[in-house]
Design a binder for this molecule. Structure first.
Ligand code: GTP
Ligand code: MG
Length: 202
């Protein structure tokens, strides 16, 4: 898919204030600092569309971007960010969960996982929550440039094995590097395919 236009639309903390209309929507989620905003900039080929930071907890709002006047891309706050305290985390959790449960036009969630780490409880629990609530998702392993190809393949295989213990069918899996711009075509083509299917249905 070619990205012709990418525009910021609105930021807020309330799912009810998200843009109206029946436009397919793709959200990016994962632990704080996993690289959600960087991936969004890489996909859209815009350096500063989504705000990034080396410090966790940069994105604290639901951010809508309109792509090609055709679909929404959504940058969500990260979960598991200890420094904002228990009540802060609880508030973010509530924002994220009500968005994921109530947003009718939400088409797919990309769950980002840092490819360097072993399966983390918080991510596994989040996936289970998505499954229980019927929210369709895919996995994106981020920061692939930080590992050798061999180590990357090993980690991804180990992660898949871990998932296969509790999931009958694995979700689509992508590997990305915002630094090296890898995974861009695959993720954008996947979005395009879904958008085309939705057009046929409507
Ligand atoms: P929050 O908004 O705080 O939840 O973080 P986020 O998930 O949006 O992460 P962000 O995109 O702000 O990136 C966090 C840090 O990781 C930044 O210092 C990025 O430069 C770095 N980073 C993100 N993606 C990559 C990548 O693919 N490769 C490398 N080497 N660094 C990356
Ligand atoms: Mg962010």
């Amino acid at each position: 898919m070619e990205i012709k236009t990418a525009e910021f639309v609105i930021s807020n903390t309330d799912v009810k204030k998200c843009p109206s209309g029946n436009i397919p929507e793709y959200a990016f989620i994962g632990r704080s600092n996993v690289g959600k905003s960087s991936l969004i900039n890489m996909l859209t080929n815009r350096n500063k569309l989504a705000m990034t930071s080396s410090k966790p907890g940069k994105t604290l709002l639901i951010n809508h971007f309109m792509i090609n006047n055709e679909w929404y891309l959504v940058d969500l706050p990260g979960y598991g960010f200890a420094q904002i305290g228990k009540s802060g985390q609880q508030k973010l959790k509530q924002i994220i969960e009500s968005y994921l449960l109530q947003r009718e036009s939400l088409t797919n969630v990309f769950l980002l996982i840092d490819c360097r780490h072993e399966p983390q409880k918080i991510d596994i629990a989040f996936m289970e929550w998505l499954g229980e609530n019927g929210v369709p998702f895919s996995i994106v392993f981020t920061k692939a440039d930080k590992l050798s190809n061999r180590k990357l393949q090993e980690n991804v295989a180990a992660y898949k094995e871990h998932l296969a213990e509790s999931w009958e069918e694995l979700p689509p899996i992508f590997i990305s590097s915002a630094e090296k711009k890898t995974g861009r075509e695959e993720i954008l083509n996947y979005i395009e395919e879904i958008n085309n299917e939705l057009k046929v249905k409507s």
